[in-house]
Design a protein around this ligand. Structure first.
Ligand code: FES
Ligand code: FES
Length: 140
């Protein structure tokens, strides 16, 4: 159906024109880096977030060495979390990505990689900034 075709085009679009590809300086205090791998296939995803003083993700970059669905999942994830609080970004589920990109069941783990990557980046940010509460805001 045209509906299926539309969803299919979304995954192709994010694969052919991935958003926010690149890297941030991981040595910066306000940059969190997540690097995760998928045991099922060996694909690797790196996702980085730059967080402002209010705990908002103001920039995000990714590099994915993997299949088209993993690249599309990470690209879509970056567009979702930009502008979110760390708390909001930590709640984005892989099912949300899989639904948007219409991934088949065999490709669900590709979207899981994107969820793992953002969680890992948030965790890294918190470990580098222990004086800030889980929302990323400075504790008073
Ligand atoms: Fe080959 Fe993911 S299994 S790229
Ligand atoms: Fe493994 Fe897509 S096939 S991440």
């Amino acid at each position: 159906s045209s509906q299926v075709r539309l969803y299919h085009q979304k995954v192709i679009d994010h694969y052919e024109n991935p958003r926010n590809v690149g890297m941030l300086d991981r040595k910066l205090q306000n940059v969190g880096t997540g690097i995760v791998g998928a045991p099922a296939c060996g694909d690797v995803m790196k996702l980085q977030i730059e967080v402002d003083d209010a705990g908002i993700i103001k920039d995000v970059k990714f590099k994915t060495f993997g299949c088209g669905s993993a690249i599309a999942s990470s690209s879509y994830m970056t567009t979702l979390v930009k502008g979110m609080t760390l708390d909001e970004a930590g709640r984005v589920k892989n099912t949300e990505i899989a639904k948007e990109l219409s991934l088949p069941p065999v490709k669900l783990h590709c979207s899981m990689l994107a969820e793992d990557a953002i969680k890992s980046a948030i965790k890294d940010f918190h470990s580098k900034n222990p004086s800030k509460n889980p929302l990323g805001r400075p504790t008073l």
